[in-house]
Design a protein around this ligand. Structure first.
Ligand code: GCO
Ligand code: MG
Length: 402
């Protein structure tokens, strides 16, 4: 089998997505997601200008060699743009392999290790009362695990809370909006939120929280310690992770489990975190972490140190990544949990898919390959629109992590 053609599709059914389609001489094609929120066109251009010309004529079954060719062969390694582009190719090729062999991708990764994939949903509210209502809504939908974020007095808005009615969606069209931040107010608020959630929902519901890279290690250690009575499933992105040793400080102060990695794109971003057992869950996922070929190696390395996966699944990861992640989650042994932030109706229509949700679990479906498609006619109705993630300033105006 030979790759005969490949091209990038950019569509914006409510938010932007970059999709690579790879075609072969046997009429089978594969899809890969290359969406990098707020920097979409950089990946599209990397693919079109630099990667696609090198793919033509190659055997799509040679996923290892093609991965190494694109990674080592570029000389310039790593980085979100490069790794998202390589992931788009790698995932598309695994989709082709599955279709050619007439089997779902999970069978190529080890077969089913479980009957379904536990997912967590996002509950949020402008204050604690609204957040509690949203947790209740999620439990009614069947979720066994819920991430909880809420606004608090002193800040006009905060991470993870929808601005108006409707779902939370961080990217906004136009130039970046500005948010404000106070770690002092936040640290006072979060233990109160989780006390109320535990009191209202009992012991069985898994509770998660995202600090979104905003604390120093010692602040995160304090928060983790104060949350221990409420037994969180995890505390996510407590501190920016460029400094991997920062997590040692957190670990020394709390037994609250730690998840990190949605902005990672290589095992080299987390090898100290993993081998020192400073984290419990790794969130680096297929689209930003080089696709199946690199994530499988990273997850296997993590397994040696009792680190489980907890893949990023925000709306900026397209249904192609959602499908790919579910195949991976179903197959590997050290799966922990999968994030689910449902896509809009428009997005779901552009990307028809076989994955399903029932009783808090998801399943990728049994169609050959990934079981997801791209309706290019419908996609063409939603042209790209420039959009950015917000930026964040402390109350005195200092720029800080968003
Ligand atoms: C999450 C994430 C997202 C990110 C978004 C950025 O845990 O789901 O933190 O909400 O902010 O993916 O593009
Ligand atoms: Mg997060």
């Amino acid at each position: 089998m030979k790759i005969t053609n490949a091209y990038v599709n950019i569509t914006s059914p409510g938010r932007n997505f970059v999709t690579l389609k790879v075609e072969t001489d046997e009429g089978i094609y594969g899809l890969g997601d290359g969406t990098l929120n707020g920097r979409e066109l950089a990946v599209a251009s990397y693919l079109t200008e630099h990667v696609i010309p090198c793919l033509l004529g190659r055997d799509p079954f040679q996923t290892e060699d093609i991965w190494q060719y694109l990674y080592r062969g570029a000389y310039w390694r790593r980085g979100p743009v490069t790794m998202a582009a390589i992931a788009a190719v790698d995932v598309a090729l695994w989709d082709i392999k599955g279709k050619a062999l007439n089997t779902p991708v999970y069978n190529l990764l080890g077969g089913k290790s479980r009957e379904g994939v536990m997912v967590y949903g996002h509950a949020n509210g402008k204050d604690i009362e609204q957040a509690l209502d949203d947790v209740a809504r999620h439990t009614e939908m069947g979720f066994k695990a819920v991430r909880v974020q809420s606004g608090f007095a002193g800040l006009a808005s905060t991470y993870g809370v929808a601005k108006g009615a409707g779902r939370y969606e961080p990217a906004e069209r136009g130039l970046p909006t500005e948010n404000e931040w106070s770690s002092e107010l936040y640290l006072r608020h979060v233990p109160k939120l989780f006390r109320r959630v535990r009191e209202a929902f009992g012991e069985d519901l898994h509770l998660l929280h995202d600090c979104h890279h905003r604390l120093t290690p010692i602040e995160a250690g304090r928060l983790g310690k104060e949350l221990e009575p409420f037994r969180l499933f995890w505390m996510e992105d407590p501190t920016p992770a460029e400094l991997q040793e920062g997590f040692r400080v957190i670990r020394e102060h709390t037994t609250t489990p730690i998840a990190v990695g949605e902005v990672f794109n290589s095992v080299w971003d987390c090898h100290d975190l993993i081998r020192n057992q400073w984290i419990d869950y790794l969130r680096m996922t297929l689209v930003h972490g080089g696709g199946f070929t690199h994530i499988k190696k990273t997850a296997d390395f993590a397994a040696l140190y009792h680190v489980r996966t907890g893949f990023h699944g925000a709306t900026d990861l397209s249904p192609v990544t959602m499908a790919a992640a579910l195949h991976f989650d179903l197959a590997i042994h050290n799966f922990g949990i999968q994030e689910l932030m449902p896509h809009s109706v428009e997005t779901d229509a552009v990307f028809p898919h076989n994955y399903t949700f029932k009783d808090g679990l998801m399943h990728p479906g049994d169609a050959p390959g990934l079981g997801v498609d791209l309706d290019e006619t419908l996609a063409a109705k939603y042209p790209y629109q420039r959009a950015y993630l917000p930026i964040n300033r402390k109350l005195d105006g200092t720029l800080t992590d968003w």
